[in-house]
Design a protein around this ligand. Structure first.
Ligand code: NI
Length: 391
């Protein structure tokens, strides 16, 4: 096998829209915008950002306390504490995310077949192994050490952490997932212990980030929870999902071969009911559908919202004399076309998976959706063949 996927039964879940470009760019630690983000994450991101804005922050301490304490007698700590109280619900939600990530990450990684750990979902994208390596280094350099500095220094300058550079220099790909995960867990627990002890007033302490500007402790917790934890959990989930759909696609020729092998020559060409396709006709249909979908994927990838044409199945089956076809020839061509389709999908830049084309009846479809449509179509027709009389 060229691709070397292993199909996993039960992994044929619905493929939702993932990898949309995130307009807010919260994942600023991660230059190059590597995260594959799912729809739930987009919601989390916008919610987080919305709550994070405090247009009234400069005047509210005065308003909040006017009449009781003169503004001039305010200590910095009191001002900070007042601001900090306003952020409390959002900050607590983000702290809860930070606390829950270890269990979620471990659960996600437990489900993943070994082959998927080092698999890259598109040229130049990180594998799950590299994402976990990245999480470890970010925990250390982008969060834990910054929290410490902000709490102990007056507005320290915080250098940017370049995820791509760290990934290369720390050679995540040659490390073991279990080791990286263990180190990350240790660092995360250290971060949580430190965050638990932060006094109310200290949430407003800040550092000056090289590219993001002034970041308070509250801001950093938000980046940590949403830009880091949720983004990378979503990315791991999206990689796993993409692998599953490609593995299903790759397994189809062998499944079709196994299904057809059981048939006698007569049964292969016998329609199950008048006007219905025989097994050999269905196999021809699967072969030709692959060509149609490879064309659709190419059009969607390389032109803007192209319109797809509909194949007239009845006419094509007549013109190409489906019922008289030779099974070995059909299977061979189906396998070849499927390899073409997989090569095409694997070569696409990650962003292309969200490009779309217009289907005459199904409407706008992403390439990601097209891939799952083909996999579902395979399953349906192979099951149909399996259910037929074979003698
Ligand atoms: Ni069909």
């Amino acid at each position: 096998m060229v691709v070397g996927f292993k199909a996993r039964p039960g992994q044929g879940g619905v493929v939702g829209p993932v990898g949309r470009t995130n307009p807010v760019g919260v994942n600023a630690e991660d230059r190059g915008g590597r995260a594959l983000r799912g729809p739930s994450l987009l919601l989390a991101v916008s919610a987080g950002r919305g709550l994070g804005r405090r247009p009234e922050s400069s005047s509210s301490p005065t308003r909040a306390r006017s009449g009781t304490i003169s503004t001039t007698s305010w200590t910095l700590a009191e001002a900070r504490a007042s601001l900090s109280t306003m952020d409390e619900p959002e900050r607590n939600a983000n702290l809860e995310i930070l606390r829950s990530t270890e269990a979620k990450l471990k659960a996600a990684l437990k489900e993943i077949p070994r082959a998927v750990v080092t698999w890259t979902p598109a040229p130049g994208k990180w594998s799950i192994l590299e994402i976990v390596g990245h999480l470890r280094d970010m925990e250390k350099d982008a969060y834990l050490s910054r929290y410490r500095r902000i709490l102990s220094e007056e507005v320290p300058s915080l250098p940017d952490a370049d995820g791509d550079q760290l990934s290369l220099e720390n050679d995540y790909r040659s490390q073991r997932l279990s080791g990286l995960l263990r180190e990350w867990s240790r660092l995360r627990r250290e971060s949580l212990r430190l965050l638990k002890k932060v006094k109310l007033a200290d949430w407003e302490r800040a550092g000056m980030h090289e590219t993001a500007g002034r970041l308070t402790m509250t801001d950093l917790v938000r980046r940590h929870a949403i830009g880091n934890d949720l983004a990378h959990l979503g990315q791991i989930e999206a990689i796993t999902r993409r692998y599953a759909v490609l593995a299903r696609l790759e397994s189809a020729p062998a499944r079709l071969l196994a299904a057809l092998r059981a048939f006698s020559e007569a049964a292969l060409r016998r329609p199950p009911a008048p006007g219905k396709w025989s097994a050999i006709e269905i196999a021809c249909h699967l072969r030709d559908i692959d060509r149609l979908y490879a064309e659709r994927v190419t059009k969607a990838a390389f032109s803007d919202r192209p319109s797809f044409w509909m194949m007239d199945n009845a006419r094509v089956s007549e013109k190409l004399a489906y019922r008289n076809s030779s099974a070995p020839a059909v299977l061979k061509e189906h396998r070849r076309r499927r390899q073409d389709l997989l090569s095409l999908l694997l070569a696409l830049p990650h962003e292309s998976w969200q490009r779309t084309g217009l289907h005459p009846t199904r409407g706008e479809l992403t390439i990601e959706k097209l891939a799952s449509v083909i996999a579902d179509h395979d399953d349906r027709h192979i099951a149909q063949i399996e259910a037929m009389r074979k003698d």
